[in-house]
Design a protein around this ligand. Structure first.
Ligand code: SF4
Ligand code: SF4
Length: 244
């Protein structure tokens, strides 16, 4: 994060349009119950192998779950996010949040970063220039100056760790078991929301699943196959591959 940055939200509402908002498991449940659409984004890596960013090892391992993939274990990270290709369904005509008091954690944290390895870059955010020229200092000593914001970020990181097993179980119940390689892209799924709710509320053990990795690069495919991973290059039918 960037020491010395000042910030105060102008209420422009830009961050509420065209962004999929990552949700905790509980928030996903609420979003689905309220009739919202969730997009599921999946990426995976090998512990100390392809896809693992060594400098982020502890962070990415703690928010992932090992699943069987070919003859190896793939660590998958699953994001459930509010599907907002345009304006968020809760953004009203005055650019105000209709669920402000109960809005998701990520909405409370923006524009601060949740990943401790990502520096806060104003030019990568939607906030207008004047937002960075007013208000109190945002970052002190690599931590948010506001202890309330720091607590929200900690809560979001902890939810990622606490929720990953349940998210993977939902994926397995719905057959969403093709991952992308971390750093190479995501697989993106738009589940039927009634089926999603049923999978989320199920108390039965998720069925065993054989995971695979979607790749469109022949060198990467060869590398991952040599590590024992099951790969696929088939044109996806039930998901989209968002490559970097
Ligand atoms: S829930 Fe509210 S704060 Fe979050 S993106 Fe939607 S309108 Fe914006
Ligand atoms: S884009 Fe930035 S300034 Fe605009 S509403 Fe969102 S947080 Fe506030």
């Amino acid at each position: 994060m960037s020491e010395g940055l000042r910030f105060a939200c102008t209420g422009c509402g830009k961050c509420c349009s065209g962004h999929h908002v990552p949700l905790t498991l509980a928030e996903s449940h609420q979003w689905a119950r309220d009739g919202g659409q969730v997009v599921v984004l999946i990426e995976g890596f090998l512990a100390d192998g392809p896809g693992m960013p060594p400098e982020q090892r502890d962070h990415v391992l703690r928010r992932s779950l090992a699943v069987p993939c070919g003859n190896a274990q793939l660590h998958v990270s699953v994001t459930f996010a509010a599907f907002n290709p345009g304006r968020c369904r809760h953004l009203d005509a005055d650019n105000l949040c209709g669920i402000y008091a109960t809005r998701p954690l990520v909405c409370r944290i923006y524009p601060a970063e949740i990943n401790p390895h990502l520096p806060l870059r104003p030019d990568a955010k939607d906030c207008p220039p004047e937002a960075w020229q007013q208000g109190p200092q945002l970052i002190v000593g690599n931590r948010p100056a506001d202890p309330h914001l720091a607590a929200l970020i900690d809560a979001s990181r902890q939810a990622d760790r606490d929720d990953i097993a349940a998210k993977v179980a939902v994926c397995q119940r719905l057959g969403m078991t093709t991952s992308a390689l971390k750093g190479n892209g995501f697989t993106a799924w738009l589940p039927d929301m009634q089926a999603f709710l049923t999978a989320l509320e199920s108390r039965q053990q998720a069925p065993a699943a054989a995971w695979s990795v979607h790749l469109e690069d022949s060198d990467l495919t060869q590398d991952l196959q040599q590590h024992g991973l099951l790969t696929t290059a088939q044109a996806p039918v039930y998901y989209a591959f968002i490559g970097f």
